[in-house]
Design a protein around this ligand. Structure first.
Ligand code: FE2
Ligand code: FE2
Ligand code: FE2
Length: 186
């Protein structure tokens, strides 16, 4: 469902969130390669899986944008860490916490205020996933600081909302209700 044309704030926030999620997607893939080189195979897997969750968020936001084929300049915050995996993980934690504490609560409230149901759902999905991402990246960093890889078997991502869980997918996604079989395994 397209946005009402007058709701420029929600529309702007959707563009910005699309930009931020798109960059996060690529950045996590870059950091996955760097983690792999440092011998952190599982941390690399975590980055790769969460990169997919950010892609899900970007796609969700994109579909809610009331857009046409004209240019649109997007301003979106980003982290540019190119150092060690421990430092990159700090960048990841900072980015996720910014989304959890500032960005998505503000965007979500704007969408609610403007009665934009689709944007509200898209921001809600992202907010719930970013909380988990911040926590998982913190666990990864705790291990990496001791020179150890993170302990995990696999990572599962809900392709509808980006919900992220270690080792086994739930019967039903707690955020969007998607079935277990739909989760993508990394
Ligand atoms: Fe995200
Ligand atoms: Fe995230
Ligand atoms: Fe979900």
């Amino acid at each position: 469902m397209a946005l009402k044309k007058e709701n420029v704030m929600t529309n702007d926030f959707l563009h910005s969130a699309y930009g931020g999620e798109s960059m996060a997607h690529m950045r996590y893939l870059t950091w996955a390669t760097m983690a792999e080189k440092e011998g952190f195979k599982n941390i690399a897997k975590l980055f790769e899986a969460i990169a997919y969750a950010e892609q899900v968020h970007a796609n969700n936001h994109y579909k809610e944008i009331a857009g046409n084929a004209d240019d649109y300049t997007v301003t979106a915050g980003a982290v540019f860490g190119t150092s060690t995996t421990v430092d990159n993980l700090q960048g990841a934690i900072n980015g996720e916490l910014h989304e959890v504490d500032q960005m998505y609560p503000v965007y979500l409230n704007a969408a609610q205020l403007q009665g934009e149901k689709g944007a509200e759902r898209s921001f809600h999905y992202a907010l719930e996933a970013e909380k988990i991402h911040a926590d998982l990246f913190q666990q990864a960093q705790n291990a990496a600081k001791e020179g150890k890889d993170m302990e995990l078997k696999s990572v599962y991502i809900c392709p509808i909302c980006g919900h992220t869980v270690l080792d086994e997918a739930p019967d039903k996604c707690p955020v969007c209700g998607a079935k277990k079989e739909l989760y993508k395994k990394f």
